[in-house]
Ligand binder design. Structure first.
Ligand code: LUZ
Ligand code: MOS
Length: 751
């Protein structure tokens, strides 16, 4: 593996929040949170806890110096609850103690009395009761109402997808250190350093330039630290500031599972209309998003569902409506795919149902409706360099889909206990933050006098390899060995006003910024080299493999020498650059525009095998052709693809978030919440890079990789459904995910 951190990870030398050496006397924090889902707080008695030896202070809403408000988009989220709690896990107080044990013990000594209020956990119930975070959002095109009459077939159904726990290996955490002059430094495990900076500034009522946020790396995030790391940064900041002592807050796994939100569960109603040939003429869909108790990122997540309502299909008449439904669960949040997977599941379920009822092959409908070059989406974007059909056809050809299908058929005719299923999953995912202003990346590059190069950027390394990509981009521009280049922590004093590392866009936005900054430096260096070598036209000068060339002829001037001479000539060896994605806009009134720089395409074929006695299954193979553009680092991109596939499969199969009617999370340990491990992972994942893919919006012609392959997992769901169908052909399928082994067993023997 070529990832920059790999060796340190393997040797256990990489630092995460809990590993940072902290100054003597650092206070350890713990969060006291609500144990009921909806209630008025009648009284809280902290006296026993405060008496405990080693407890320094218990901090409550009343201690907040500035505003008790951390809602990033909609200001509906307090840092610490005041009079009312709206979900189990809602923070009420911060305990600052001499060590972890004491803090934890103190927590159990707090005596709280609630007056319980009605609890809503179901999004449709919330919607009926008017509990919507924003008015319904509608994205549409054409005229569905006058199309239904032209359809030969119309199908309607309700489908569900469940939540998903991020299960980043490193739980949420922050260290806060008071700095002279009423300033503060926060070391945070966040995807959004600037969000933490803003929240700390607001909660402490100090200006943003008094707050430094530093992020070395995260032990995974998956969207779970885009918004939700902010609270813990602010809590650590508050404690450190009030007590003027360093403070550390690292959640234990159980508290992290209870306090933090997850992927949004959706209930969706659809109606699909097709003609005899399988062309989809109309599609109407309503998404009931279970947003949880606060807005968090629910509103842009809903928008992304609406954008991806039609997955990779061209449908002339579409009406998609979305509801952000406020319930008494922990606020659900960003998770790889950001609402896209939830919507893409629905259209796939609709196509599967249509194929089943019409007696034709699913892939026939999929193929007939794939988007093509210059198609206009229901949100008004013209698709350029559309690779959907290329990927679909290459997948079916390369892996010989017809033969795979025959093999499955043959296997099923020869076996009773085991049945196999196969499914195709095409994907189309828009790249750019749907809030256009967030599409900016920045970089600050220093070249030191020995020729070594240091990059700071807005991107946060969370295991996805963005730092390695930034290095490779700089190495490519300068044409010097990658070993000469390091990437520093993401720090708000070096790079300001950072967009979160999210939306698969970290390497795109910041890679382009690195590209611009490096080219600025290269121009200065080339000019200096021309002077040194007495060449009047700097265009004749180039740098290759660390050496200066004139018109393709090697000179004696090497990179190090050039840098040294540039320094003595007082050339500026630092450069800062901002990259902003060009040509994107979106009108939030009409819901039309050109929101995405480009789209990522691909198609996977997935085969699974079900044990029809036990209901258990395994995913045998995932074979795909994916559009990587021109990959900057094929090893990193392959790793991202494999990880996304397995995480996607987990969401739709074994990962089941369960709450009871009182809003209590039942799957609150790793013995009741099953995540994919190496034994669950497909026996075989074959990844083919689509050839000749260009992308002028990606650094070095690359394409974003983080989220798109997650959606291949949806095909795993349908492959299992198909295996069940071959065992129990009369089954009326209830398209709801995840399809756990329990559900498989009931389906095998159900009606
Ligand atoms: N985060 C965000 C995202 O703030 N806006 C987005 O459009 C987005 N998309 C995917 C993942 N995170
Ligand atoms: Mo995100 S779901 O933080 O890209």
């Amino acid at each position: 593996m070529k990832n920059l951190d790999t060796e340190k990870h393997i040797k256990g030398k990489s630092l995460f929040i809990d590993d940072f050496p902290t100054p003597d006397g650092t206070l350890i924090l713990d969060v006291f949170y609500s144990s009921v889902a909806h209630a008025k707080i009648v009284s809280v008695d902290y006296s026993e806890a405060e008496k405990l030896d080693g407890v320094k202070k218990i901090i409550t809403a009343g201690d907040i110096i500035g505003e008790n408000q951390i809602g990033g988009i909609i200001h509906d989220e307090t840092l610490l609850a005041e009079n009312e709690v709206t979900y189990i896990g809602e923070p009420i107080a911060i305990i600052a103690a001499k060590d972890k044990r004491t803090a934890h013990k103190a927590k159990s000594l707090i005596n709280i009395k609630y007056e319980e209020l009605p609890v809503i956990t179901d999004p449709k119930e919330a919607c009926e009761k008017g509990e919507l975070i924003i008015p319904p959002r509608i994205f549409s095109c054409g005229d569905i109402y006058n199309t239904w009459d032209c359809c030969d077939y119309i199908f309607e159904d309700t489908v569900e997808t469940g939540g998903q726990e991020h299960l980043y290996l490193e739980t949420q955490g922050s260290i806060a250190i008071p700095v002279e002059g009423k300033k503060i430094k926060i070391i945070s495990s966040t995807q959004g350093p600037t969000y933490v900076q803003k929240a700390v500034s607001k909660v402490l009522n100090i200006p943003m330039h008094f707050v430094e946020v530093d992020v070395l790396r995260l032990g995974g995030a998956f969207g779970g630290k885009e918004d939700q790391a902010t609270a813990f940064g602010a809590m650590a900041g508050l404690a450190a500031y009030i007590l003027q002592r360093p403070a550390k807050l690292v959640l234990n796994r159980h508290d992290d599972l209870v306090i933090t939100g997850k992927r949004h569960p959706y209930i969706s109603d659809y109606k699909i209309g097709l003609n005899k040939e399988g062309k989809i003429l109309a599609y109407e869909v309503s998404y009931y998003q279970n947003s949880g108790a606060c807005a968090d990122l629910s509103t842009p997540i809903l928008d992304r569902s609406l954008f991806h309502a039609t997955n990779s299909y061209s449908i002339p008449n579409v009406k998609s409506t979305g509801y952000c439904c406020r319930t008494n669960l922990a606020p659900n949040t960003a998770f790889r795919g950001f609402g896209g997977p939830q919507a893409m599941f629905v259209i796939e379920a609709a196509i599967h149902k249509a194929a089943e009822e019409m007696g034709i092959d699913v892939e026939e409908i999929q193929k007939k409706n794939l988007v093509s070059e210059k198609d206009v989406t229901h949100y008004g974007q013209v698709l350029n360099n559309c690779n959907a059909q290329k990927c679909f056809n290459q997948t079916t050809d390369l892996y010989n889909y017809n033969q795979l299908k025959l093999d499955v058929k043959k296997f099923n005719s020869e076996n009773d206990q085991y049945k196999k299923g196969i499914a195709i999953m095409p994907i189309c995912f828009g790249i750019s933050f749907t809030n256009s202003f967030l599409n900016q990346g920045s970089a600050l590059i220093h070249i030191y006098t020995d020729g070594s190069v240091q990059i700071s950027a807005a991107a946060v390394e969370m295991g996805q390899g963005v730092n390695q990509k930034l290095r490779l981009i700089a190495a490519n521009v300068f044409s010097i060995p990658v070993e000469l280049i390091t990437v520093e922590s993401t720090n708000t004093t070096r790079v300001a006003n950072t967009s979160p590392t999210a939306a698969s866009s970290g390497a795109d936005l910041n890679g382009n910024a690195v590209f611009i900054a490096c080219n600025n430096l290269l121009d200065r260096l080339i000019n200096r080299a021309a002077e040194i070598l007495n060449i009047t036209d700097p265009k004749l000068i180039s740098i290759k493999n660390g050496t200066v060339y004139i018109s393709g002829e090697k000179t004696d001037l090497a990179w190090n020498g050039l840098i040294e001479q540039a320094y003595f000539n007082r050339v500026n060896l630092s450069s800062q650059a901002l990259y902003t994605t060009p040509e994107i806009y979106f009108d939030k009134e009409t819901n039309k525009g050109n929101p995405f720089a480009y789209h990522v395409y691909g198609t996977a074929v997935i085969t699974s095998k079900v044990d029809c006695v036990r209901g258990i299954y395994n995913i045998e193979s995932v074979k795909l052709v994916h559009d990587f553009g021109k990959s900057i680092d094929p090893v990193v991109d392959k790793g991202q693809t494999e990880g996304a596939v397995v995480q996607g499969l987990g969401w739709l199969t074994i990962e089941e978030i369960a709450h009871n009617v009182n809003g209590k999370l039942l799957s609150d340990t790793l013995s009741t919440y099953k995540v994919p491990d190496i034994y669950f992972a497909p026996d075989e994942i074959e990844i083919e890079f689509l050839e000749d893919s260009e992308n002028r919006f990606g650094p070095l012609n690359s394409k974003a990789i983080g989220e798109p392959p997650f959606m291949y997992g949806i095909g795993g769901y349908f492959s299992i459904i198909n295996a069940i169908k071959s065992f129990n052909p009369k089954l009326e399928i209830n398209y709801s995910a995840p399809i756990t082994p329990e559900k498989v067993l009931m389906s095998l023997y159900g009606k």
